[in-house]
Design a protein around this ligand. Structure first.
Ligand SMILES: [Fe+2]
Length: 236
């Protein structure tokens, strides 16, 4: 099982996850490129789905479904997916659904072998806005992602890396891992690994002593991980 990243609308990132014969399009904002890539390799796009229902991620669905009409790709509404559900492709390979509410109530991530597609839940070096208002849910969703093996590759819904690293540096100027991350993360495709996120992503660093000290200095709630996460989201 492999994954190809498709950039569109400047910083948006969509994906085709595929096996030898079949694929799942996720956030197909670039339907021409995705269908061309699949056609060139003889891959049948079996499913079209999204990481959440924000329009900048869903607007390509209709066009891609139209392009796959002959083979009849199936649209999987992210709001109808279940935790742990496996979306199967040929050869018994599949993508596992993780329900990750927070950015929106309907946000999901898709876990494949060695990678995860995170939409606007987790970006490389930052996290999404909590538009759902459910910070506790967002915290639990991020904890789910943080529990994945360190080598898991993180494929996000936008490329915000440069500006996010600048923010991370302004929060933790003494964190030398940020410069290492900047020098080594992959730009083509845009991807990092979970272990590196834990080292530099300020919103995942609610257990780092340096962050707890910052919250202490500001008199912010910091008893539990969830409180510290909420405090970091509030300040930064
Ligand atoms: Fe979004």
């Amino acid at each position: 099982m492999d994954i190809e990243q498709f950039r569109y609308a400047d910083d948006n990132l969509g994906y085709l996850v595929y096996t030898a014969k079949q694929g799942i399009a996720i956030d197909a904002g670039n339907p021409e490129a995705i269908s061309g890539f699949a056609r060139d390799r003889g891959i049948e796009i079996k499913y079209v789905t999204n990481t959440h229902s924000h329009q900048d991620h869903t607007f390509g669905n209709r066009m891609l479904l139209k392009k796959t009409r002959a083979a009849g790709a199936l649209f999987l509404d992210c709001r109808s997916l279940d935790q742990g559900q496996v979306i199967e492709l040929d050869g018994g390979q599949g993508l596992e659904v993780m329900l990750t509410p927070g950015h929106t109530a309907d946000s999901v991530c898709f876990k494949g072998p060695g990678f995860v597609v995170t939409g606007d839940t987790l970006f490389n070096a930052t996290v999404g806005n909590c538009f759902s208002g459910d910070l506790e849910g967002f915290y639990r969703s991020l904890k789910q992602l943080m529990a994945l093996p360190g080598e898991t590759l993180v494929y996000a819904g936008h490329d915000y890396v440069e500006e996010s690293l600048a923010v991370a540096e302004s929060i933790e100027p003494e964190n030398s891992d940020i410069q290492v991350y900047r020098d080594t993360y992959s730009r083509e495709p845009v991807v990092s690994c979970m272990a590196d996120e834990l080292k530099v992503n300020p919103y995942l660093r609610f257990n780092a002593p340096s962050m707890i000290r910052r919250l202490e200095e500001r008199g912010m709630p910091r008893e539990t991980g969830s409180q510290r996460f909420a405090s970091l989201m509030e300040i930064y």
